[in-house]
Design a protein around this ligand. Structure first.
Ligand SMILES: [Zn+2]
Length: 298
């Protein structure tokens, strides 16, 4: 075949066509890579005067238009320091929604690693993070979700030695752990430091949420549960089971309570407990009473 006066054999022509196609594919792949590498949020740096950047205003637009929150509420979220105890079933949605909401500093303490049986409900994690410490896996996911906030991971079990000092560093604590000893320790530390505590608990199909703030007249955890329940009375999720979506519901309510508490919007569950039954789609609220001789808050 003659092209521009040059003679090409069919084999040579086929070779040239193949090379052109290969070059086109390589250029296409390179272009795709460039598109993927493009940073999604380009103004992570905050303005010097403490105001929100344009991308933050865009990111939090649905909060800012809410009458109860507005720009002032978003600024309060931005300045808030919240400690989440436990990065499990409840910790997962709590962390995701607090991070997405723009809570400026989020501490997370947990000594556990991601396991396969977690993934049925702990949707913060994925299969590639199996065996990774939960707090570091959470930090990766939450930073990817919102690069404007600071995540502080503490890879250890909360103990008596550092609980009070750690809690004192935060304005609000959310507890989603599944054992009495840790819950009691968190409660004691929060009461000692006058830090409010949003507490959530789940088992099987039922969940409970409340806000303990004894410095403002509400009961504390020990007013309700002064002693460790007898063996078998409060089985863990591993023993009794839990439906996958339940921690999503209860954890999201905890996050909503945190947002209300920080911004002053609406009325929190302070002094009340919300009980949600997923099996029958029912919810009810009960008023909680302070115990006069509570060993922790009286
Ligand atoms: Zn008490």
């Amino acid at each position: 075949m003659d092209i521009f006066g040059v003679t090409f054999s069919p084999e040579r022509l086929q070779f040239i066509v193949m090379m052109v196609l290969l070059l086109a594919v390589l250029l296409y792949v390179r272009m795709l890579k460039k598109i993927r590498q493009k940073p999604k949020d380009q103004s992570i740096t905050k303005p010097d005067d403490g105001s929100m950047s344009d991308t933050e205003l865009d990111r939090y637009a649905r909060h800012i238009v809410l009458r109860e929150l507005g720009g002032a509420g978003q600024q309060r979220l931005r300045k808030a320091k919240v400690l989440v105890v436990g990065a499990g079933g409840l910790g997962s949605p709590v962390l995701q929604y607090l991070a997405a909401a723009g809570v400026g500093t989020i501490g997370v303490i947990d000594d556990d690693h991601v396991s396969l049986s977690n993934l049925q409900r702990q949707v913060l994690f994925d299969e590639e993070q199996l065996d990774m410490p939960k707090v570091f896996a959470a930090q990766i996911k939450l930073t990817a979700l919102n690069p404007h906030i600071e995540i502080r991971p503490y890879h250890r079990r909360l103990d008596l030695k550092d609980a009070k000092a750690l809690v004192a560093d935060y304005d609000l604590v959310l507890d989603g752990t599944d054992n009495f000893i840790t819950r009691s320790l968190v409660n004691q530390s929060c009461v000692a430091q006058s830090v409010p505590l949003i507490s959530g608990a789940i088992t099987q199909w039922e969940g409970q949420i409340t806000l303990f703030d004894p410095a403002n007249g509400t009961p504390c955890y020990a007013c309700l549960f002064p002693e460790e329940p007898a063996d078998g009375l409060a089985p863990s999720c591993a023993e009794a089971g839990v439906v996958g979506a339940l921690p999503g519901i209860v954890g999201s309510i905890m996050a909503a309570e945190a947002i209300k508490h920080i911004t002053g919007a609406g009325q929190t569950l302070s002094g009340e407990m919300l009980i949600f039954d997923a099996l029958y789609g029912e919810s009810r609220k009960i008023t909680l009473q302070k115990t006069d001789d509570c060993p922790v808050c009286s």
